[in-house]
Design a protein around this ligand. Structure first.
Ligand code: 6PG
Length: 236
């Protein structure tokens, strides 16, 4: 139930980042202690950069941490819109240099081959994910679960047949790959990172009644509420 959601509020993104990094690191340490490995799934976009910087400095056995992406745009590796590029530049540094990063997309391949390769790479990771970090767009999308996307219902399904799904949506500037509900909604812990008044308003709207297809973040708010923590800041 939405009322049971765990939520931590901060004045701004600068105050949020170190607490969120400490929270994430604690879960990764616990996973390593429990099963000798940890899987961290992160989102791209603009918001997580400060969090990535704080997390990269956390002391933990990064050699045992696998990192992958919740979604990726179908762009060349060096494109400023590549989420892999952001992760390499902002997270895989300092202590986190030792983590093993598995990118999702490979825009050099034909779409079918790219999807097959991404699915095989995902299947080789130590699932279930210990922490999935999600963002949210102003339209209520999360990962690449966009309103109006073809195949959205299957992508959001915790029982989805596949771990990875291709997404094309009217509001997504380029084709994408996204993890499905089978990975995201079955994670041990999920964190939703929300910064700015506009996104807080979008979140309030998503918490109200309405179809998940209209605001896909609802699939997370409803389908993983027992494992979800919202990290929210009024300004970036
Ligand atoms: O690759 C992506 O676009 C994301 O994974 C996406 O789901 C993102 O988290 C939101 O769009 C928020 O993005 P911003 O942080 O840029 O607002």
């Amino acid at each position: 139930m939405a009322n049971d959601l765990q939520r931590r509020d901060f004045a701004d993104g600068e105050a949020l980042a170190p607490s969120f990094a400490a929270w994430t690191a604690e879960r990764l340490r616990a996973a390593i202690a429990e099963r000798g490995a940890a899987l961290l799934v992160v989102s791209g976009g603009k918001t997580p950069e400060r969090f990535f910087a704080a997390l990269s400095a956390e002391a933990l056995d990064w050699t045992r941490v696998a990192v992958t992406l919740a979604d990726e745009r179908r762009v060349p590796d060096l494109s400023p819109r590549s989420n892999a590029r952001l992760v390499r530049a902002a997270l895989l540094r300092n202590r986190a240099t030792a983590a093993a990063f598995t990118p999702l997309a490979d825009a050099r391949l034909a779409p079918d081959q790219e999807l097959a390769a991404a699915s095989a790479r995902l299947a080789s990771l130590p699932l279930p994910a210990d922490v999935v970090v999600l963002g949210m767009g102003d339209d209520g999308h999360t990962a690449s679960w966009f309103p109006g996307a073809q195949g959205l219902r299957e992508a959001m399904d915790p029982g989805a047949r596949n771990l990875v799904a291709p997404i094309e949506a009217p509001d997504a500037p380029e084709p994408r790959l996204t993890l499905t509900g089978r990975v995201i909604l079955r994670a041990r812990a999920i964190a939703l990172l929300i910064e700015g008044e506009d996104k807080l308003a979008t979140l309030a709207e998503a918490l109200a009644d309405g179809p998940a297809e209209a605001m896909p973040i609802r699939a997370v708010l409803r389908g993983a509420c027992d494992r979800l923590t919202i990290f929210a800041a009024g300004s970036a």
